[in-house]
Design a protein around this ligand. Structure first.
Ligand SMILES: [Mg+2]
Length: 393
């Protein structure tokens, strides 16, 4: 089929809060084939920054927009998606935003080709079957240990077998304050669920501070300590992992391209690589990282804190690898997390597990009612020529 249109929708909640919560807005990408099929994807990062990468006027040979790279192209197979992902990257070579922006259309193309060939995306990636994964409820710490304990009790009552707590106030007070937060999370969860801690890059390049926390957190049975250091501090990650802390180290959500993920795994020595399909440039690149992780003996985990469109895209990437058994499951309060897709997205089954849907494409559809509800009208015009105007839903 030919790519007939790339429709871009900027959606946002009425009020955007300064919280570490990327489920407050989105750029949703719809690819329309000339046979009537549509595919959906979304991008992490600033929606309007991403939108510009699709419509910006050519700057020079290596900065041409994504619309020009893709409109009118043929897409009939997974090989076509991989070819078009590479072409789109070349057309935006010097723009740092390109990997976030192209993620949306890459995911939409996998969805589209899956529907065209009548196969779920994980099968197009070469997996015979999908394996259930243990979802961890992904939430922010409460402002105090007591509030954290209450959140943990709610998660435990909801039946989750694992939970991850992240960001502020972790690292903002003393070592004992940090330990009290983790202790409260464990107390609220009870002894059985897995517990993960996301430090939200708070110790920068201070691997000694990170090591000290990992040692102290071990008594609470922590599965991994996530992003204790900044994504670029690969040498500090190496110093930390060389000391073999009692809690395994995870990182990777900040990786915007394949080589950054490879660097963290090979030179940073991390135990878990956490990849966000909506940041790293889509399913095509996430799949490459996943295969590299297998080679290196690193555990692949998804990162996502957007809608169930990205939740669905994430699970197909490693659906076929049984030993990669954990799944980040956004559990925040934004109505976009569960509300953007229909009917519900990727639901937790009665065994407390999640699985890639056996439905052609991603297995979720975007709700046009939700698009209408949260849509922000955008018009970009240069010298009277309209480069973008919000399309009809
Ligand atoms: Mg994180």
């Amino acid at each position: 089929m030919k790519i007939e249109a790339l429709d871009l929708f900027y959606i946002a909640l009425p009020e955007i809060r300064p919280a570490a919560d990327s489920s407050q807005d989105s750029l949703v990408v719809r690819v329309r084939g000339d046979n009537g099929l549509v595919g959906w994807g979304e991008c992490d990062g600033s929606p309007l920054g991403n939108l510009a990468a699709y419509v910006m006027p050519m700057s020079h040979l290596n900065i041409i927009n994504l619309n020009e790279a893709l409109l009118g192209e043929t897409v009939d197979s997974p090989d076509d998606v991989v070819r078009l992902r590479a072409k789109a990257g070349r057309y935006g070579l010097d723009a740092q935003q390109i990997d976030h922006a192209v993620a949306g259309v890459d995911v939409a193309l996998w969805d589209l080709v899956g529907k065209y060939l009548g196969e779920p995306v994980y099968r197009l990636l070469g997996y015979e079957k999908s394996y259930p994964k243990l979802p961890y409820s992904s939430v922010l710490f409460g402002k105090t240990p007591e509030e954290t304990r209450r959140i943990a009790m709610r998660i435990s009552n909801d039946g989750y077998g694992a939970a991850k707590f992240g960001w502020s106030p972790m690292g903002e007070g003393t070592l004992e304050d940090d330990v009290a937060l983790v202790a409260a999370a464990r107390e609220g969860l009870g002894p059985d669920p897995q517990l993960m801690v996301d430090a939200g890059v708070i110790w920068g390049s201070d691997d000694a501070a990170a090591f000290e926390r990992a040692e102290r957190f071990a008594e609470f049975g922590v599965t991994f300590l996530e992003e204790p250091l900044l994504p670029d501090e690969v040498d500090a990650y190496r110093r930390l992992t060389d000391r073999r802390p009692s809690v395994p180290i995870a990182a990777g959500e900040g990786c915007d391209f394949y080589r950054a993920a490879d660097d963290l795994m090979v030179n940073g020595g991390i135990d878990y690589i956490q990849i966000d399909v909506a940041r790293i440039g889509g399913i095509t690149v996430a799949d490459r990282v996943c295969r590299r992780a297998q080679e290196l003996g690193v555990t692949y985990v998804n990162h996502n804190y957007k809608s169930h469109l990205t939740v669905a895209a994430s699970i197909h990437v490693f659906a076929g690898i049984e030993e990669f058994g954990l799944f980040e499951y956004p559990d925040g309060t934004s109505p976009l997390i569960r509300g953007l897709t229909e009917p519900t997205g990727i639901i937790v089954n009665s065994d407390g597990m999640v699985e890639a849907p056996d439905i052609p494409g991603l297995g979720v559809e975007v709700s046009t009612d939700a698009l209408r509800k949260y849509l922000r009208a955008v018009r970009i015009e240069v010298d009277g020529k309209v480069l973008h105007e919000t399309p009809a839903i």
